[in-house]
Design a binder for this molecule. Structure first.
Ligand code: SF4
Ligand code: SF4
Length: 193
């Protein structure tokens, strides 16, 4: 192995180490080739509701402006439609960047995102256990995770309306129980690398 190859390997292993320590460094790498053309912003169907445009978000990521990034609701509004990613002239993995920011916020249990993270986790737990969302189990888990006895009351009017329209099922179902377990385990293994 020549000296140049050694340097390459050392740099690669430094980068892997850095990414493991600082997930933002990995995200910076994903958007480092951004030319700030704004095509992603122009393509995003949810941009109207975002406080920072996707193009601005990438710039803040590159500047390591963690406070601005995580006080924004932009990444939490991404619906993973992949439109920005398909149109980006640099072919950047923008939907994955949004997802990685969501994961960072969830991992750090940031108060601003706590409600939506717990809602999402309860939803996914229900899907994992029952093969589809089971409304009663899903919401019970969410209420318990919120540790606030008033939370169920906030949802009561919506729950009553949905019940009136027959949208909430109280039947237990056994078919499909744990049917998605293998898929969930596989995804977890892929995410851990
Ligand atoms: S479309 Fe791609 S290159 Fe253009 S601003 Fe968005 S991320 Fe950057
Ligand atoms: S993937 Fe997210 S950021 Fe990209 S266009 Fe769709 S909603 Fe907007």
């Amino acid at each position: 192995m020549n000296q140049l190859e050694k340097i390459d390997i050392e740099q690669e292993s430094d980068a892997v180490h850095l990414h493991a320590k600082d997930p933002l460094a990995k995200i910076q790498n994903m958007v480092s080739a951004c030319i700030q053309c704004g095509t992603c912003t122009g393509s995003c169907p949810n941009a109207f509701a975002m406080d920072l445009m996707p193009r601005q978000l990438w710039q803040l990521v590159l500047l390591e402006e963690k406070e601005s990034i995580f006080s924004s609701k932009t990444f939490s509004l991404c619906s993973a439609c992949y439109y920005c990613m398909l149109r980006c002239p640099r072919g950047l993995p923008l939907t994955e960047v949004m997802s990685a920011l969501k994961q960072m916020a969830a991992k750090d249990d940031l108060p601003r995102y706590r409600k939506s993270i717990r809602f999402y986790k309860s939803f996914m737990h229900s899907v994992r256990c029952h093969g589809r969302v089971k409304e009663t189990a899903f919401m019970t888990r969410y209420f318990i995770s919120m540790k606030n006895p008033l939370t169920p009351f906030l949802f009561a009017p919506l729950g009553m309306r949905l019940m009136g329209k027959g949208k909430i099922s109280f039947e237990g179902f056994s078919r499909g129980e744990r049917v998605l377990e293998a898929i969930f385990r596989k995804v977890e293994a892929i995410e851990k690398g």
